[in-house]
Design a protein around this ligand. Structure first.
Ligand code: EPZ
Length: 420
Protein backbone atom coordinates (compact mmCIF):
# COMPACT_ATOMS: atom_id res chain seq x y z
CA UNK A 1 0.00 0.00 0.00
CA UNK A 2 1.29 3.46 -0.91
CA UNK A 3 2.52 5.78 1.81
CA UNK A 4 3.12 9.53 1.80
CA UNK A 5 6.24 11.07 3.34
CA UNK A 6 6.26 14.73 4.42
CA UNK A 7 9.10 16.80 5.80
CA UNK A 8 7.37 19.66 7.57
CA UNK A 9 8.18 23.31 8.19
CA UNK A 10 7.87 24.85 4.73
CA UNK A 11 5.34 27.61 4.08
CA UNK A 12 3.01 27.01 1.12
CA UNK A 13 3.01 29.77 -1.51
CA UNK A 14 1.51 29.82 -4.98
CA UNK A 15 -1.76 28.63 -6.49
CA UNK A 16 -3.57 25.31 -6.35
CA UNK A 17 -6.13 24.21 -8.99
CA UNK A 18 -9.28 22.98 -7.22
CA UNK A 19 -10.84 19.93 -8.88
CA UNK A 20 -14.52 19.21 -9.47
CA UNK A 21 -16.29 18.08 -6.29
CA UNK A 22 -16.34 14.36 -5.49
CA UNK A 23 -19.64 14.81 -3.64
CA UNK A 24 -21.20 16.50 -6.66
CA UNK A 25 -19.74 14.15 -9.26
CA UNK A 26 -21.17 11.03 -7.62
CA UNK A 27 -24.89 12.06 -7.61
CA UNK A 28 -24.43 13.68 -11.05
CA UNK A 29 -23.22 10.33 -12.41
CA UNK A 30 -26.17 8.53 -10.81
CA UNK A 31 -28.51 10.99 -12.58
CA UNK A 32 -27.23 9.61 -15.92
CA UNK A 33 -29.48 6.59 -15.24
CA UNK A 34 -32.53 8.82 -15.75
CA UNK A 35 -32.10 8.92 -19.54
CA UNK A 36 -30.30 6.90 -22.23
CA UNK A 37 -29.31 10.13 -23.95
CA UNK A 38 -25.73 11.29 -23.25
CA UNK A 39 -24.96 13.18 -20.07
CA UNK A 40 -21.52 14.82 -20.25
CA UNK A 41 -19.85 16.11 -17.11
CA UNK A 42 -17.00 18.59 -17.56
CA UNK A 43 -14.48 19.56 -14.85
CA UNK A 44 -14.87 15.96 -13.68
CA UNK A 45 -12.41 14.95 -10.90
CA UNK A 46 -10.12 11.96 -11.43
CA UNK A 47 -10.70 10.08 -8.15
CA UNK A 48 -10.99 6.51 -6.94
CA UNK A 49 -14.63 7.02 -5.91
CA UNK A 50 -15.49 8.39 -9.37
CA UNK A 51 -13.88 5.30 -10.92
CA UNK A 52 -15.96 3.10 -8.59
CA UNK A 53 -19.16 4.85 -9.66
CA UNK A 54 -18.10 4.41 -13.32
CA UNK A 55 -17.73 0.68 -12.71
CA UNK A 56 -21.15 0.55 -11.09
CA UNK A 57 -22.84 2.37 -14.00
CA UNK A 58 -21.04 0.12 -16.50
CA UNK A 59 -22.31 -3.02 -14.80
CA UNK A 60 -25.82 -1.51 -14.97
CA UNK A 61 -25.27 -1.40 -18.76
CA UNK A 62 -24.42 2.24 -19.42
CA UNK A 63 -21.51 3.12 -21.70
CA UNK A 64 -19.00 5.59 -20.31
CA UNK A 65 -16.18 7.56 -21.89
CA UNK A 66 -13.62 9.16 -19.57
CA UNK A 67 -11.34 11.75 -21.11
CA UNK A 68 -8.84 12.46 -18.33
CA UNK A 69 -7.05 15.16 -20.31
CA UNK A 70 -10.25 17.04 -21.11
CA UNK A 71 -11.58 16.09 -17.65
CA UNK A 72 -14.92 14.92 -19.10
CA UNK A 73 -17.10 11.88 -18.47
CA UNK A 74 -19.86 11.01 -20.93
CA UNK A 75 -22.49 8.46 -19.91
CA UNK A 76 -25.18 7.11 -22.25
CA UNK A 77 -27.39 4.11 -22.97
CA UNK A 78 -30.05 2.29 -21.03
CA UNK A 79 -29.62 0.12 -17.93
CA UNK A 80 -29.89 -3.57 -18.76
CA UNK A 81 -29.08 -4.77 -15.24
CA UNK A 82 -31.07 -3.30 -12.34
CA UNK A 83 -28.96 -4.75 -9.54
CA UNK A 84 -26.17 -2.97 -7.62
CA UNK A 85 -24.11 -5.80 -6.05
CA UNK A 86 -22.71 -5.87 -2.52
CA UNK A 87 -19.07 -6.12 -3.62
CA UNK A 88 -19.37 -2.73 -5.33
CA UNK A 89 -21.71 -0.99 -2.88
CA UNK A 90 -19.58 -1.94 0.14
CA UNK A 91 -16.61 -0.17 -1.52
CA UNK A 92 -18.52 3.07 -1.73
CA UNK A 93 -21.68 3.93 0.19
CA UNK A 94 -22.67 6.58 -2.34
CA UNK A 95 -23.65 3.65 -4.60
CA UNK A 96 -27.03 3.88 -2.85
CA UNK A 97 -27.65 6.89 -5.12
CA UNK A 98 -28.49 4.56 -8.03
CA UNK A 99 -31.63 3.39 -6.20
CA UNK A 100 -33.73 6.51 -6.89
CA UNK A 101 -33.02 6.82 -10.62
CA UNK A 102 -33.36 3.07 -11.31
CA UNK A 103 -36.72 3.00 -9.53
CA UNK A 104 -37.95 6.19 -11.21
CA UNK A 105 -36.97 5.14 -14.74
CA UNK A 106 -37.26 1.33 -14.72
CA UNK A 107 -39.82 0.75 -11.96
CA UNK A 108 -37.60 -1.62 -10.00
CA UNK A 109 -34.15 -2.00 -8.48
CA UNK A 110 -32.18 -4.37 -6.26
CA UNK A 111 -29.46 -2.50 -4.41
CA UNK A 112 -27.23 -3.86 -1.68
CA UNK A 113 -27.61 -2.15 1.68
CA UNK A 114 -24.41 -0.09 2.02
CA UNK A 115 -23.71 -1.11 5.61
CA UNK A 116 -21.77 1.15 7.95
CA UNK A 117 -18.34 2.62 7.54
CA UNK A 118 -15.52 3.85 9.76
CA UNK A 119 -17.27 7.10 10.72
CA UNK A 120 -20.67 5.71 11.59
CA UNK A 121 -23.57 3.29 11.02
CA UNK A 122 -24.96 5.59 8.33
CA UNK A 123 -28.42 4.06 7.82
CA UNK A 124 -30.48 4.74 4.68
CA UNK A 125 -33.92 4.76 6.32
CA UNK A 126 -34.66 8.31 5.12
CA UNK A 127 -33.98 7.26 1.52
CA UNK A 128 -36.31 4.25 1.83
CA UNK A 129 -39.12 6.02 3.71
CA UNK A 130 -39.18 8.77 1.09
CA UNK A 131 -39.38 6.27 -1.78
CA UNK A 132 -42.19 4.42 0.02
CA UNK A 133 -44.08 7.70 0.31
CA UNK A 134 -43.71 7.94 -3.48
CA UNK A 135 -45.46 4.57 -3.76
CA UNK A 136 -42.48 2.22 -3.88
CA UNK A 137 -42.71 -1.20 -2.27
CA UNK A 138 -39.48 -1.84 -0.39
CA UNK A 139 -38.39 -5.25 0.92
CA UNK A 140 -35.13 -5.86 2.74
CA UNK A 141 -33.75 -9.36 2.47
CA UNK A 142 -30.34 -10.95 2.52
CA UNK A 143 -28.69 -7.54 2.84
CA UNK A 144 -30.39 -6.18 -0.26
CA UNK A 145 -33.04 -3.54 -0.89
CA UNK A 146 -35.68 -4.95 -3.25
CA UNK A 147 -37.68 -2.00 -4.54
CA UNK A 148 -40.65 -1.88 -6.89
CA UNK A 149 -42.53 1.17 -8.12
CA UNK A 150 -46.32 1.06 -8.58
CA UNK A 151 -47.72 0.19 -12.04
CA UNK A 152 -47.86 3.79 -13.29
CA UNK A 153 -44.48 4.61 -11.79
CA UNK A 154 -43.50 6.59 -8.68
CA UNK A 155 -46.00 9.20 -7.50
CA UNK A 156 -45.25 12.74 -6.36
CA UNK A 157 -45.42 13.13 -2.57
CA UNK A 158 -44.83 15.69 0.18
CA UNK A 159 -41.80 14.37 2.09
CA UNK A 160 -40.70 15.85 5.44
CA UNK A 161 -37.17 14.94 6.51
CA UNK A 162 -37.02 14.67 10.30
CA UNK A 163 -33.23 14.93 9.93
CA UNK A 164 -31.20 16.72 7.26
CA UNK A 165 -29.65 14.15 4.91
CA UNK A 166 -27.53 14.98 1.86
CA UNK A 167 -27.85 11.53 0.28
CA UNK A 168 -31.57 11.13 0.95
CA UNK A 169 -32.25 14.60 -0.50
CA UNK A 170 -30.23 13.66 -3.60
CA UNK A 171 -31.83 10.22 -4.07
CA UNK A 172 -35.37 11.60 -3.76
CA UNK A 173 -34.67 14.73 -5.82
CA UNK A 174 -33.40 12.50 -8.65
CA UNK A 175 -36.35 10.08 -8.35
CA UNK A 176 -38.93 12.89 -8.24
CA UNK A 177 -37.88 14.27 -11.66
CA UNK A 178 -39.68 11.37 -13.39
CA UNK A 179 -42.46 10.77 -10.84
CA UNK A 180 -46.10 11.30 -11.74
CA UNK A 181 -47.11 14.62 -10.14
CA UNK A 182 -45.47 17.07 -7.77
CA UNK A 183 -42.98 16.13 -5.02
CA UNK A 184 -42.02 18.47 -2.20
CA UNK A 185 -38.90 17.82 -0.14
CA UNK A 186 -39.20 19.71 3.16
CA UNK A 187 -36.15 20.20 5.43
CA UNK A 188 -34.02 19.21 2.44
CA UNK A 189 -30.23 19.46 2.66
CA UNK A 190 -28.82 22.64 1.05
CA UNK A 191 -25.22 21.67 0.33
CA UNK A 192 -23.79 23.32 -2.83
CA UNK A 193 -23.45 19.83 -4.34
CA UNK A 194 -27.26 19.50 -4.19
CA UNK A 195 -27.68 22.88 -5.88
CA UNK A 196 -25.24 21.67 -8.55
CA UNK A 197 -27.23 18.45 -9.02
CA UNK A 198 -30.49 20.43 -9.35
CA UNK A 199 -28.92 22.68 -12.01
CA UNK A 200 -27.83 19.61 -13.97
CA UNK A 201 -31.27 17.98 -13.71
CA UNK A 202 -32.90 21.22 -14.92
CA UNK A 203 -30.48 21.23 -17.88
CA UNK A 204 -31.73 17.68 -18.60
CA UNK A 205 -35.33 18.98 -18.67
CA UNK A 206 -36.41 18.52 -15.05
CA UNK A 207 -38.78 21.02 -13.39
CA UNK A 208 -37.38 22.02 -9.99
CA UNK A 209 -38.13 25.06 -7.82
CA UNK A 210 -36.57 26.20 -4.55
CA UNK A 211 -33.02 25.32 -5.61
CA UNK A 212 -30.59 26.23 -2.82
CA UNK A 213 -33.29 26.25 -0.15
CA UNK A 214 -34.48 23.60 2.32
CA UNK A 215 -37.76 23.24 0.42
CA UNK A 216 -37.54 21.71 -3.06
CA UNK A 217 -40.58 21.37 -5.35
CA UNK A 218 -40.24 19.00 -8.27
CA UNK A 219 -42.89 18.56 -10.96
CA UNK A 220 -42.34 15.18 -12.62
CA UNK A 221 -41.86 15.00 -16.40
CA UNK A 222 -42.21 12.00 -18.71
CA UNK A 223 -38.58 11.92 -19.82
CA UNK A 224 -35.27 13.75 -19.60
CA UNK A 225 -32.75 14.49 -22.36
CA UNK A 226 -29.05 14.97 -23.06
CA UNK A 227 -27.09 17.68 -21.27
CA UNK A 228 -23.55 18.88 -20.61
CA UNK A 229 -22.84 20.10 -17.09
CA UNK A 230 -19.70 21.41 -15.32
CA UNK A 231 -19.04 19.79 -11.93
CA UNK A 232 -18.94 22.44 -9.20
CA UNK A 233 -15.47 23.05 -7.65
CA UNK A 234 -14.78 20.94 -4.55
CA UNK A 235 -15.35 23.19 -1.54
CA UNK A 236 -13.97 20.56 0.87
CA UNK A 237 -10.76 20.24 -1.13
CA UNK A 238 -10.55 24.06 -1.08
CA UNK A 239 -11.17 24.16 2.68
CA UNK A 240 -8.57 21.44 3.17
CA UNK A 241 -5.89 23.41 1.32
CA UNK A 242 -6.93 26.56 3.18
CA UNK A 243 -6.03 24.78 6.43
CA UNK A 244 -2.76 23.59 4.88
CA UNK A 245 -1.82 27.15 3.85
CA UNK A 246 -2.82 28.50 7.26
CA UNK A 247 -0.92 25.93 9.32
CA UNK A 248 2.30 26.53 7.34
CA UNK A 249 1.98 30.33 7.42
CA UNK A 250 1.87 30.67 3.66
CA UNK A 251 -0.31 32.44 1.10
CA UNK A 252 -2.15 30.37 -1.51
CA UNK A 253 -4.71 31.06 -4.25
CA UNK A 254 -7.30 28.26 -4.43
CA UNK A 255 -8.20 28.45 -8.12
CA UNK A 256 -11.93 28.27 -8.84
CA UNK A 257 -13.00 28.10 -5.18
CA UNK A 258 -16.00 30.15 -4.07
CA UNK A 259 -16.42 31.87 -0.69
CA UNK A 260 -20.16 31.18 -0.51
CA UNK A 261 -19.65 27.42 -0.91
CA UNK A 262 -17.81 27.15 2.39
CA UNK A 263 -20.51 28.70 4.58
CA UNK A 264 -19.50 28.96 8.25
CA UNK A 265 -16.03 27.53 7.57
CA UNK A 266 -15.00 30.98 6.30
CA UNK A 267 -16.15 32.79 9.47
CA UNK A 268 -14.41 30.23 11.66
CA UNK A 269 -11.13 30.42 9.70
CA UNK A 270 -11.18 34.21 9.93
CA UNK A 271 -11.86 34.06 13.70
CA UNK A 272 -8.87 31.73 13.99
CA UNK A 273 -6.64 34.37 12.36
CA UNK A 274 -6.69 33.18 8.75
CA UNK A 275 -7.25 35.78 6.00
CA UNK A 276 -9.67 34.46 3.34
CA UNK A 277 -10.67 36.75 0.46
CA UNK A 278 -12.48 36.09 -2.80
CA UNK A 279 -10.37 37.10 -5.80
CA UNK A 280 -11.16 36.89 -9.52
CA UNK A 281 -9.39 33.56 -9.92
CA UNK A 282 -10.44 31.96 -6.65
CA UNK A 283 -9.96 32.16 -2.88
CA UNK A 284 -6.83 33.84 -1.48
CA UNK A 285 -5.87 32.27 1.86
CA UNK A 286 -3.02 33.53 4.03
CA UNK A 287 -2.05 33.71 7.66
CA UNK A 288 -1.53 37.17 9.12
CA UNK A 289 -0.14 36.55 12.58
CA UNK A 290 -0.70 33.79 15.11
CA UNK A 291 -3.55 31.29 15.08
CA UNK A 292 -5.99 31.27 17.97
CA UNK A 293 -8.35 28.58 19.20
CA UNK A 294 -11.98 28.82 18.03
CA UNK A 295 -14.91 26.63 19.16
CA UNK A 296 -16.70 24.79 16.35
CA UNK A 297 -19.83 22.64 16.01
CA UNK A 298 -20.41 20.74 12.76
CA UNK A 299 -23.82 21.32 11.15
CA UNK A 300 -25.53 20.85 7.78
CA UNK A 301 -24.79 23.56 5.21
CA UNK A 302 -24.45 26.53 5.58
CA UNK A 303 -23.08 25.49 9.00
CA UNK A 304 -19.53 24.26 9.54
CA UNK A 305 -19.12 21.16 7.32
CA UNK A 306 -18.47 17.86 9.06
CA UNK A 307 -16.12 17.06 6.17
CA UNK A 308 -13.91 19.93 7.37
CA UNK A 309 -13.82 18.90 11.05
CA UNK A 310 -10.66 16.76 10.99
CA UNK A 311 -8.73 19.29 8.92
CA UNK A 312 -9.69 22.16 11.21
CA UNK A 313 -8.71 20.11 14.25
CA UNK A 314 -5.20 19.72 12.83
CA UNK A 315 -5.02 23.51 12.46
CA UNK A 316 -6.26 24.07 16.02
CA UNK A 317 -3.61 21.65 17.32
CA UNK A 318 -1.01 24.43 16.92
CA UNK A 319 -3.23 27.45 17.68
CA UNK A 320 -2.82 29.74 20.69
CA UNK A 321 -5.29 28.64 23.39
CA UNK A 322 -8.00 26.00 23.26
CA UNK A 323 -10.71 24.95 20.82
CA UNK A 324 -13.79 22.86 21.57
CA UNK A 325 -14.82 20.87 18.49
CA UNK A 326 -18.21 19.15 18.51
CA UNK A 327 -19.19 16.63 15.84
CA UNK A 328 -22.98 16.53 15.53
CA UNK A 329 -23.38 14.68 12.21
CA UNK A 330 -21.54 11.37 12.61
CA UNK A 331 -21.06 9.26 15.72
CA UNK A 332 -17.45 8.22 15.22
CA UNK A 333 -15.54 10.91 13.41
CA UNK A 334 -12.61 11.46 15.81
CA UNK A 335 -10.30 8.69 14.60
CA UNK A 336 -7.69 11.30 13.67
CA UNK A 337 -7.38 12.28 17.37
CA UNK A 338 -5.05 9.48 18.54
CA UNK A 339 -2.92 9.90 15.41
CA UNK A 340 -2.62 13.68 15.89
CA UNK A 341 -1.72 13.06 19.55
CA UNK A 342 1.08 10.76 18.39
CA UNK A 343 2.45 13.84 16.63
CA UNK A 344 2.46 15.77 19.89
CA UNK A 345 -0.99 17.33 19.78
CA UNK A 346 -2.92 17.73 23.03
CA UNK A 347 -6.47 16.64 22.23
CA UNK A 348 -9.03 15.08 24.54
CA UNK A 349 -12.10 13.54 22.93
CA UNK A 350 -15.19 12.87 25.09
CA UNK A 351 -18.20 11.51 23.17
CA UNK A 352 -19.07 13.96 20.42
CA UNK A 353 -16.75 16.73 21.63
CA UNK A 354 -12.99 17.12 21.61
CA UNK A 355 -11.01 19.77 23.46
CA UNK A 356 -7.87 20.81 21.58
CA UNK A 357 -5.18 22.62 23.58
CA UNK A 358 -2.76 24.24 21.16
CA UNK A 359 0.90 23.26 21.36
CA UNK A 360 3.90 25.18 20.06
CA UNK A 361 4.98 22.59 17.55
CA UNK A 362 4.01 19.11 16.37
CA UNK A 363 6.63 16.46 15.67
CA UNK A 364 6.66 14.17 12.67
CA UNK A 365 5.81 10.49 13.20
CA UNK A 366 4.58 7.44 11.32
CA UNK A 367 0.75 7.67 11.44
CA UNK A 368 -2.19 5.68 10.14
CA UNK A 369 -4.95 6.94 7.86
CA UNK A 370 -8.38 5.56 8.84
CA UNK A 371 -10.85 7.45 6.63
CA UNK A 372 -10.75 10.08 3.94
CA UNK A 373 -10.82 13.28 5.98
CA UNK A 374 -8.86 11.89 8.94
CA UNK A 375 -6.05 10.99 6.54
CA UNK A 376 -5.83 14.48 5.10
CA UNK A 377 -5.78 16.00 8.59
CA UNK A 378 -2.55 14.02 9.17
CA UNK A 379 -1.10 15.48 5.96
CA UNK A 380 -1.95 18.99 7.21
CA UNK A 381 -0.31 18.27 10.57
CA UNK A 382 2.75 16.80 8.84
CA UNK A 383 3.20 19.97 6.76
CA UNK A 384 3.77 21.96 9.95
CA UNK A 385 5.46 19.30 12.09
CA UNK A 386 9.19 19.21 12.71
CA UNK A 387 10.89 16.23 11.11
CA UNK A 388 9.35 13.54 8.95
CA UNK A 389 5.80 12.22 8.91
CA UNK A 390 4.84 9.02 7.11
CA UNK A 391 1.12 8.57 6.46
CA UNK A 392 0.19 4.93 5.88
CA UNK A 393 -2.86 3.54 3.99
CA UNK A 394 -3.17 6.54 1.68
CA UNK A 395 -5.76 4.72 -0.44
CA UNK A 396 -8.24 6.52 1.82
CA UNK A 397 -6.84 9.83 0.52
CA UNK A 398 -7.06 8.84 -3.12
CA UNK A 399 -10.82 8.41 -2.79
CA UNK A 400 -11.35 12.14 -2.47
CA UNK A 401 -8.16 14.06 -3.31
CA UNK A 402 -6.77 14.21 -6.83
CA UNK A 403 -2.93 14.17 -7.02
CA UNK A 404 -2.67 15.73 -3.55
CA UNK A 405 1.10 15.33 -3.26
CA UNK A 406 1.61 16.98 -6.66
CA UNK A 407 -0.70 19.87 -5.82
CA UNK A 408 1.06 20.45 -2.48
CA UNK A 409 4.62 20.09 -3.74
CA UNK A 410 3.81 22.59 -6.51
CA UNK A 411 3.32 25.23 -3.79
CA UNK A 412 6.46 24.33 -1.85
CA UNK A 413 5.65 21.36 0.35
CA UNK A 414 8.30 18.69 0.80
CA UNK A 415 5.95 15.76 0.16
CA UNK A 416 6.26 12.57 -1.87
CA UNK A 417 4.39 9.31 -2.41
CA UNK A 418 6.28 6.11 -1.61
CA UNK A 419 4.73 3.34 -3.72
CA UNK A 420 4.00 0.38 -1.48
C1 EPZ B 1 -22.76 12.93 2.38
O1 EPZ B 1 -22.89 11.68 3.00
C2 EPZ B 1 -21.30 13.04 1.97
N1 EPZ B 1 -20.97 12.00 1.00
C3 EPZ B 1 -20.41 12.93 3.20
O2 EPZ B 1 -19.06 13.13 2.78
C4 EPZ B 1 -20.78 14.04 4.17
O3 EPZ B 1 -20.01 13.90 5.34
C5 EPZ B 1 -22.27 13.95 4.52
O4 EPZ B 1 -23.06 13.99 3.30
C6 EPZ B 1 -22.72 15.11 5.41
O5 EPZ B 1 -22.43 16.32 4.80
C7 EPZ B 1 -21.32 12.18 -0.30
O6 EPZ B 1 -21.89 13.19 -0.66
C8 EPZ B 1 -20.93 11.08 -1.24
P1 EPZ B 1 -26.12 12.34 5.26
P2 EPZ B 1 -24.39 11.11 3.35
O7 EPZ B 1 -27.18 11.47 4.67
O8 EPZ B 1 -25.32 11.54 2.29
C9 EPZ B 1 -27.85 10.16 9.12
C10 EPZ B 1 -16.78 12.67 2.62
O9 EPZ B 1 -15.87 12.70 3.47
N2 EPZ B 1 -28.76 9.50 8.17
O10 EPZ B 1 -26.24 13.81 5.15
O11 EPZ B 1 -24.25 9.68 3.67
C11 EPZ B 1 -26.40 9.73 8.91
O12 EPZ B 1 -26.13 8.55 9.64
C12 EPZ B 1 -18.11 12.05 2.96
O13 EPZ B 1 -16.69 13.17 1.46
C13 EPZ B 1 -29.78 8.70 8.68
O14 EPZ B 1 -29.92 8.53 9.89
O15 EPZ B 1 -24.69 11.92 4.69
C14 EPZ B 1 -25.64 10.91 9.45
O16 EPZ B 1 -25.55 10.81 10.85
C15 EPZ B 1 -18.12 11.45 4.35
N3 EPZ B 1 -30.62 8.07 7.81
C16 EPZ B 1 -26.53 12.10 9.08
O17 EPZ B 1 -27.83 11.56 8.82
C17 EPZ B 1 -30.51 8.23 6.44
O18 EPZ B 1 -31.33 7.66 5.70
C18 EPZ B 1 -26.08 12.86 7.84
O19 EPZ B 1 -25.94 11.91 6.80
C19 EPZ B 1 -29.47 9.06 5.95
C20 EPZ B 1 -28.61 9.68 6.83
Amino acid sequence: MDRIRIRGGRALNGSIPISGAKNAGLPLMAAALLTDQPLTLTNAPDLADIATMSGLLRQHGLSLEHDKTARTITMSGAATNLEAPYDLVRKMRASILVLGPLLARYGQARVSLPGGCAIGTRPVDLHLKGLEQMGAEINLEAGYIDAKAPKGGLKGAKIYFNQVSVGATENLLIAATLADGVTELVNAAREPEITDLAHCLIAMGAKIEGVGTDRLRIEGVSSLHAATHPVVPDRIEAGTFACAAAITGGSVLLEGAKLEHLGAVIRVLREAGVAVEQEEGGLRVSRLNGLHGVDVMTEPFPGFATDMQAQFMALMAVAEGASMITETIFENRFMHVPELNRMGANINAHGSSAIVRGVKKLSGAPVMATDLRASVSLIIAGLAAGGETIVNRVYHLDRGYERIEQKLSAVGADIERIPG
